[in-house]
Design a binder for this molecule. Sequence first.
Ligand code: BDR
Ligand code: CA
Length: 321
Amino acid sequence: NKLVIIDTDCGIDDAQAIMMALSAPDVKILGVTCCFGNTSLENVCQNVLRVLAVCKREEIPVFQGLGGPLVGATELPKDHFGSDGLGDILVDRDPDWRQKIQKEHAVNAMIRLVSENPNQVSLVALGPLTNLAMAVRLDPGFPDRLKDLFIMGGNMEGKGNVTLCGEFNFVTDPESAYIVLDEFRCPTHIATMEYCCRNQLTWEFFQEMLNQDSAAARFMKLLTSKCWAYSPAAMKTKRDVHFGPGFVSYDSYAMAACIDGTVVTKSTECGVHVELQGSVCRGMMALDPTDMLQKPHRVVIMTECDLEKFSRLLAKSLRQP
Ligand code: BDR
Ligand code: CA
């Protein structure tokens, strides 16, 4: 079995990625650690519980992590995935959700779970990297005991999806992204914004996937029903040419790479740097293929994806329980 910890700011694509891990027969999820990002930390915790409940996997422990970035104010997006991060379905939330969250802090849980299974755990990070940065500050040896790390975040060509030059997960906490990319010396695989957008899928596939007869597919249909990011018409007007008009489930690309490495058909290894200053560049990732910056280690940047394999994993994730 592959042992996995999922760190998430559970929006709609995170939910899809979590369901992908739940549907993989050889993956054992040791825990889900929550971080602010797409929505408040409290909403994220409730969203994760909701996803696990829909898939009848409530035995998986959920931990509450950090509610804001290491530096600066917490700014949450206003309407990206609705006010609750899951397309405004907050209405039927569980009033007792707090009792279902583990008492242990997410960062302590990450460190403990990895110490109990040294060099066996894959960490999949789907939101701002705040919990991970805190983990390496608390326990500098933490990354050395990880098997590997998969990140959805950052960009490679200076184009952003939330600011002119920055991708959401990195812009939301640039200092944490900087710390993680410099200090996590374990094998690190990054699904950048461009990788996800270039390997987008068609809306026809999206509809087919939602029309499957299962609780997970009905749930995903509900989440995406009012959300502009899942409306082909809205995407045509909101998105510009470099993103294209298709359907992009960002976080699922990082999860797919963890579940089945052969989904990534081409990648490049290089040093990377996260900009911490600048009015339009803060949070931007820059690639350093010739090691000009002498960065402490190199990361694997995914560039090409086996779309057939990837779409099979996505469709399967909505075929449960
Ligand atoms: C990332 O930002 C979030 O909105 C998504 O969940 C994904 O992790 C894409 O830039
Ligand atoms: Ca996310």
